[in-house]
Write a protein that binds this ligand. Structure first.
Ligand code: FES
Ligand SMILES: [Fe+2]
Length: 434
């Protein structure tokens, strides 16, 4: 873990302190009188001030999924990660750890690195060539005849970075929430056998959805709408989120098939010593999590129309392709599917109150060869289609939230994880405002 040298970056209370009293009271009331079991009031999705509050209270305080190890395997590799007003450099250092630096030059504030990813030694600002070490220290700032100044006072600002089981998280708070370490202990044993550090990027997709980040997350937390995903429905049992007694007649046959497949999968996991139990603490801890291993339909190997593998190379030390999907949701900005043959990571990066970047990354074994071990179009087909469909759903909701006719509607039972996400969100912001 990296320690921030320029703390505190915490903006706790900053927005609250600058808002007119009436506006703050109005916003606080929106949180306080949120109707449990119902979608949020329109301003949560449309109001720039609430977006600023989200950036401060959620994205400025909690651990945010930034990238996977495969995106920066070697010293000097970096990715830039932008959300809200922030731009961060996540850089692999010579010790094998990650440095997380604010991508804001200490001279006049220019973005230092402008590419989404790359390789670098020292970091050179393109404006007047101020040069920083990979640790962010200012090592060169020359100008003819310039009076001396203390370079030590002008290092790039640092944030926290943490790498767990091949996933990299960042936190802007001066003191990150320590509960995340407990959450990491929960998910590490599920992910470790997939050995994400030995994967490579097969493909990365960035799409901008015309919707508030919370609508993106809400959409992901339920499968009530999954009839709208014909490609996904081939491999995913469309009974997700349902429980015995809630199964509609047209899904009874699927439900039975799912039960058999799940029992087989669990027996297989037990044989290999792979954890598969559902852990669901989406709003009962600060670093909310849901993780499980669930059967896939058909052959049960991967996200293909017949459930067959999409890459011939098994990940890590796995010995069987029929391992379904180990799926993980973390609050506030990510979800993942870990299969035997590939991994898909999803990161949600808010741009403003009505636009959100969704980054999807497909990872395969680092020795898998495109065109030999996997066909890229087939590997990415299901989730590319699903992402397009989800983008449309999110955008319909954003349009609705902007209408004076919008009012919150009730979540159905199968949408309990949407409710958990909103619950989590409301409580975290209220804690921040307290
Ligand atoms: S703004 Fe970066 S060197 Fe001037
Ligand atoms: Fe969806």
């Amino acid at each position: 873990m990296t320690a921030p040298a320029n703390a505190p970056l915490s903006s706790r209370g900053r927005l609250a302190a600058t808002l007119p009293v009436e506006q703050l009271a109005e916003i606080s009331a929106l949180f306080e009188f949120r109707r449990t079991g119902y979608s949020l009031d329109a301003p949560f999705y449309t109001d720039p001030t609430i977006f600023k509050l989200d950036m401060e209270a959620i994205f400025g305080q909690h651990w945010i999924f930034a990238a996977s190890t495969a995106e920066l395997p070697e010293p000097g590799d970096y990715v830039t990660v932008d959300y809200g007003p922030y731009s961060l450099i996540v850089l692999r250092n010579d010790d094998g750890g990650v440095n997380v630096l604010h991508n804001v030059c200490r001279h006049r504030g220019a973005r230092v690195l402008t590419e989404a990813a790359g390789q670098t030694g020292n970091l050179v600002c393109g404006y007047h060539s101020w040069t920083y070490s990979p640790e962010g220290n200012l090592i060169h700032a020359s100008a003819p005849g310039e009076a001396k100044f203390d370079k030590n006072c002008f290092a790039l600002k640092k944030a926290h970075g943490l790498e767990v089981a091949g996933l990299i998280f960042v936190c802007l708070a001066a003191e990150p929430p320590t509960d995340f370490y407990e959450t990491a202990k929960i998910f590490e044993p599920y992910l470790a056998p997939h050995e994400l550090a030995k994967t490579k990027i097969a493909y990365q997709q960035n799409i901008i959805e015309e919707g508030n980040w919370k609508l993106v997350m809400e959409n992901n937390r339920e499968c009530y709408h999954c009839d709208g995903h014909p490609e996904l429905a081939c491999s995913l049992f469309p009974t997700w989120g349902l429980t015995e007694g809630l199964i509609p007649t047209h899904l009874e046959e699927v439900w039975e098939r799912n039960k058999v497949a799940q029992a087989d999968l669990e027996a297989r996991c037990d044989r290999y010593g792979l954890p598969h139990q559902v852990v669901e603490e989406l709003d009962t801890r600060i670093a909310g999590i849901r993780i499980s291993r669930e059967a896939l339909d058909g052959d049960g190997e991967s996200f293909s129309a017949d459930g067959r593998r999409l890459s011939k190379k098994l990940l890590g030390d796995l010995r069987d392709f029929r391992l379904g999907r180990c799926s993980m949701h973390l609050q506030p900005n990510c979800w993942f599917h870990f299969m035997s043959d590939h991994v898909i990571t999803f990161g949600v990066f808010p741009i403003n109150e009505h636009q959100t970047l969704v980054r999807t990354t497909w990872l395969v074994a680092d020795d898998a060869v495109e065109g030999v071990d996997y066909d890229l179009d087939k590997l990415t087909y299901t989730w590319k289609q699903t992402n397009i469909q989800d983008k449309a759903f999110v955008e319909l909701c954003q349009q609705g939230a902007a209408s004076p006719a919008y009012e919150p509607g009730p979540y159905m039972k199968s949408e309990y994880q949407v409710e958990a996400f909103i619950n989590w969100y409301v409580h975290r912001v209220q804690e921040h405002l307290a």
